[in-house]
Design a protein around this ligand. Structure first.
Ligand code: AMP
Length: 176
């Protein structure tokens, strides 16, 4: 099996979580498979090493897992984007709409240096709202969005469409 097939075989679909009608793509079984988890990192490194990237930004919380491994392997810094109220120093914040209500994410003001090329990583792309919020935080921090990296893309939601405003480099290991 190739890496895509192995990820698909390992992801656990949890119906009606966190609410009725949503099929949650649970990536925790991938973390139990040490070889697969390492191979995912290697695959991301192989892909993104051909791009000009200074830092990796990971989105809380599942974006921290392979986002940090990727940054370590590429020998570049990792920067967390967290939900409001979690980062201790001065932050930029960005509020965005969800299907019901809204969410707010933050980044430390001194995390990204002016002009740095930033790869945004998360486990899954759905509508794209979260990735766009991250891209806005990168921009307000003075960074340049150099690409988006996901393990999984729910292509039927077409989240990719709005991401193209920020970067054409959008990569997922698995697409549903
Ligand atoms: P969105 O902002 O709609 O692109 O949603 C992406 C964020 O929500 C990511 O951080 C995902 O981890 C999470 N997410 C959304 N839908 C799912 C799903 N069906 N399964 C797992 N995670 C999801």
């Amino acid at each position: 099996m190739n890496i895509t097939e192995r990820i698909v075989a390992s992801i656990r679909d949890v119906p009606d979580f966190p609410k009725p009608g949503i099929t949650f793509k649970d990536i925790t079984p991938l973390l139990k498979d040490v070889k697969l988890s390492a191979d995912i990192t290697n695959e991301l490194v192989e892909y993104w090493s051909t791009h000009d990237i200074d830092v990796v930004v990971g989105i809380e919380s599942r974006g921290f897992i392979w986002g940090n491994s990727l940054a370590q392997q590429m020998k570049i810094p990792f920067i967390p984007i967290r939900k409001k109220g979690k980062l201790p120093a001065e932050t930029h914040s960005f509020k965005y709409d969800l299907e019901y209500g809204s969410a707010e994410v933050e980044i430390h003001k001194d995390a990204i240096l002016n002009g740095q090329k930033v790869l945004i990583h998360d486990d899954l792309l759905a509508t794209g709202g979260t990735a766009i919020a991250a891209a806005e935080l990168v921009r307000v921090s003075g960074g340049i969005v150099a690409g988006f990296s996901f393990l999984v893309e729910l292509s039927f939601l077409n989240g990719i469409k709005d991401l193209k405003t920020y970067s054409d480099h959008i990569h997922s290991l698995v697409s549903y």
